[in-house]
Write a protein that binds this ligand. Structure first.
Ligand code: NAP
Length: 248
């Protein structure tokens, strides 16, 4: 129960990796804000699962790519639970395509959903954390932001942007005992990777030394470590959870 008395917001936690992170925090006693954009039933199911684990949770709808909605999400969470200790910027999406055919709208949508959301939520959360002289911000980036992926200039740029953001903010807020880190998953079984053709998925497994796609729970364990007291001296770090695929 490392997170008893802690309030945690996980953006985009109605499904996939975010859901896995929210459940792990719930399992360890945290009060969890489950954010979603459109899938209210899935968000309510996560809330129910956390309550069954004996912790508190609420679902809050907000499009975190929108500055005002992100601010309202953070405010509503603090109003509800009285504090905010951990922000996990997990929301993400893809609109893949080769550069010559990539539509401007698909560039903007991915950059706004993945990177601007990270700025929007962090800005609102940091205001509270600076006053409290405590905070943990964890950004879910991707190995695509570290090694690049053909057909994903928008996605890779947004994920690399999150890494730069993590390091800059870590330096900025360190004097107030706020840490800012990133977790970079490789291929994880979620709706985002479900749509990949079977031959591509089989090929991917050959690229992963551990020989399999990862699970949301395996990413969640890394996030909980970075949010815990054990990681008090870790900031500006990118923790790769990819079965050995990238290896820097
Ligand atoms: P996912 O299964 O597609 O789930 C996306 C989640 O984000 C959903 O809960 C969705 O809510 C929410 N969301 C989308 N747009 C939003 C917005 N504008 N405002 C608020 N919430 C929004 O995705 P995932 O695979 O779990 O990915 C989660 C994160 O991990 C992303 O940042 C992704 O880039 C990163 N990642 C994933 C993989 C992978 O292999 N899956 C690998 C590396 C990195 P609704 O349910 O309401 O739509």
């Amino acid at each position: 129960m490392r997170f008893k008395e802690k309030v945690v917001i996980v953006t985009g936690s109605s499904r996939g990796i975010g859901r896995g992170i929210a459940l792990e925090f719930g399992r360890e006693g945290a009060s969890v804000v489950v954010n979603y954009v459109s899938n209210v039933d899935a968000a309510n199911e996560v809330v129910k699962a956390i309550e069954e684990l004996g912790s508190q949770a609420i679902a809050i709808q907000a499009d975190v790519s929108n500055f005002t909605e992100a601010e309202q999400l953070i405010k509503q969470a603090i109003d509800e639970f009285g504090d905010l200790h951990v922000l996990v910027n997990n929301t993400g999406t893809t609109r893949d395509g080769l550069i010559m055919t990539m539509k401007e709208a698909n560039w903007d949508f991915v950059l706004n959903t993945n990177l601007k959301s990270t700025f929007n939520c962090s800005r609102a959360a940091v205001r509270h954390m600076l006053r409290k002289r405590y905070g943990r911000i964890i950004n879910i980036t991707s190995v695509s932001g570290q090694i690049g992926n053909a057909g994903q200039t928008n996605y890779s740029a947004s994920k690399a942007g999150q890494i730069g953001f993590t390091k800059a903010l870590a330096r900025e807020v360190a004097p107030r005992k706020i840490t800012v880190n990133a977790v970079a998953p490789g291929f994880i079984a979620t709706d985002l990777t479900e749509t990949l053709p079977e031959n591509l998925r089989a090929g991917l497994k050959d690229l992963i030394p551990l020989g399999r796609i990862g699970t949301p729970e395996e990413v969640a364990k890394a996030v909980l470590y970075l949010a815990s007291d054990d990681a008090a001296y870790v900031t500006g770090h990118v923790l790769t959870i990819d079965g050995g695929m990238a290896m820097f």
